[in-house]
Design a protein around this ligand. Structure first.
Ligand code: HEC
Ligand code: HEC
Ligand code: HEC
Ligand code: HEC
Ligand code: HEC
Length: 286
């Protein structure tokens, strides 16, 4: 076949192909960066709320528990945002004339809820559930940071898929005893900060996490690796089965001084699924 183009134009065409390729790659990288930037994920941003509600004042200052306001966090997928009634419990008496609280009072008067701006908001095609995380030993701070030190709420983490997967690939590094999920100051165990756990037999109908008891206070008081305590025999939910029952059981506490050991013990005891199961697409996209 006769040559239609001259050699030089061939080189030019090749050049422009390479150039186009480079531009596409550069664009791709930029878009990818952009998609991960705080501007898109809104990580760290404090949206202007109708009322400048301070977790720092209400949690750290007044000592209120998270569940006081986020009542469904252990029971449902949704943690819950408190109704105006919860604020009025106190603010019918405290700061009753403050201008800052005007939207609270008018919400109470009209019955229309306060239009809080959502700080965390996953797309609709992602399934998320608070109760399973909280009941399997992931603390609020692991995902939300030191909420007790936030004058205004912001997102500590990106909530992007990669962030979820990073933990689902290796939950052991983030697991803590379920008794500590609300502890804002929780730190992983260390030799000067041990945790003791005892696992009792699983009882039918009782969630697996409830058959593990952990404490940060040495149960033997003697610094031993293992501590055997004689405790009254407990029925389901830690309630003695009947009054006057003097049966006792021996509970073996094991001492943990690293997150690695504690994490793997809890993965086993809480019956956490394998990384392969936890990263399969159907877990979060149903
Ligand atoms: C006195 C009530 C109250 C208490 C106690 C409280 N919160 Fe909140 N929380 C709110 C209100 C009201 C909002 C919505 C306004 C905002 O985002 O600041 C909120 C918002 C949040 C959000 C962001 C919701 C969103 O829009 O994505 C998180 C996360 C949160 N709280 C975590 C916690 C944690 C963790 C604790 C315990 C350490 C806690 N809260 C204790 C009232 C409370
Ligand atoms: C347990 C009682 C209690 C509850 C419940 C409560 N507050 Fe407060 N709130 C207080 C007290 C006490 C102060 C004064 C705190 C201070 O000055 O340190 C305060 C202060 C405030 C302030 C003034 C700014 C600040 O943080 O100091 C705002 C705004 C406010 N609260 C909003 C709310 C909203 C909105 C709710 C409901 C989601 C709510 N509060 C629930 C007791 C409460
Ligand atoms: C495994 C990570 C993780 C843990 C642990 C976690 N959260 Fe969340 N939280 C999220 C995500 C993700 C969202 C956004 C959910 C959505 O948009 O559907 C969220 C949203 C919220 C909201 C807004 C209302 C809602 O349910 O969407 C509140 C309030 C909240 N979390 C409080 C808490 C409290 C209190 C704890 C501890 C008891 C806690 N969270 C533990 C990841 C977590
Ligand atoms: C810090 C660790 C951690 C992070 C971050 C995390 N998860 Fe999980 N997730 C877990 C653990 C632990 C379980 C419990 C697994 C089990 O019991 O087998 C779990 C379970 C789940 C389940 C299973 C629920 C069910 O009913 O089967 C879903 C869905 C889920 N996570 C979604 C998410 C999404 C979406 C994100 C990100 C927005 C996320 N998770 C972030 C640790 C985490
Ligand atoms: C642990 C939970 C989790 C698992 C498992 C998971 N995803 Fe996602 N996925 C998410 C979250 C959260 C988002 C939303 C990210 C955002 O808003 O930036 C997302 C977003 C996406 C998107 C939209 C594009 C994007 O990146 O934002 C696609 C496509 C997707 N996932 C595909 C998959 C596939 C395919 C798998 C299986 C290999 C999978 N996901 C497994 C949590 C998960």
């Amino acid at each position: 076949m006769a040559q239609i183009f001259e050699r030089s134009s061939n080189a030019l065409a090749r050049m422009s192909l390479v150039l186009t390729g480079l531009i596409v790659i550069a664009l791709g990288v930029t878009l990818d960066q952009l998609q991960r930037s705080p501007w898109v994920t809104r990580q760290g941003q404090r949206p202007e709320q109708p009322v400048p509600f301070s977790h720092k004042h209400h949690v750290q200052g007044l000592g209120l528990q998270c569940q006081y306001c986020h009542t469904t966090v252990e029971k449902s997928s949704y943690a819950g945002i408190p109704p105006t009634k919860t604020c009025i419990n106190c603010h019918a008496q405290i700061w009753t004339n403050a201008q800052l609280l005007e939207p609270v009072r008018s919400s109470w008067a009209t019955g229309e809820s306060i239009p809080w701006i959502r700080v965390h908001d996953l797309p609709d095609f992602v399934f998320f559930n608070h109760s399973i995380h909280v009941n399997k030993g992931i603390g609020c701070t692991t995902c939300h940071g030191r909420v007790d030190q936030m004058p205004l709420m912001y997102a500590q983490n990106t909530l992007q898929m990669e962030w979820c997967l990073d933990c689902h690939r290796n939950p052991a590094k983030n697991l803590r005893p379920t008794s500590q999920v609300y502890d804002m100051a929780w730190e992983e165990p260390a030799s000067d900060r041990p945790v003791w756990c005892a696992a009792t037999d699983e009882k039918p109908g009782v969630p697996t996490a409830e058959s593990v008891n952990c404490t940060t206070k040495d149960p033997s008081g003697a610094g031993a690796q293992m501590a055997s305590l004689q405790l009254p025999l407990m029925g389901a939910h830690g309630v003695a089965p009947y009054a006057g029952n003097d049966a006792i059981e021996t509970v073996q506490y094991k001492k943990f001084t690293s997150q690695y050991d504690l994490g793997h013990f809890l993965v086993d005891r809480y019956k956490i699924r394998t990384p392969k199961d936890l990263t399969s697409c159907e877990v979060c996209h149903r």
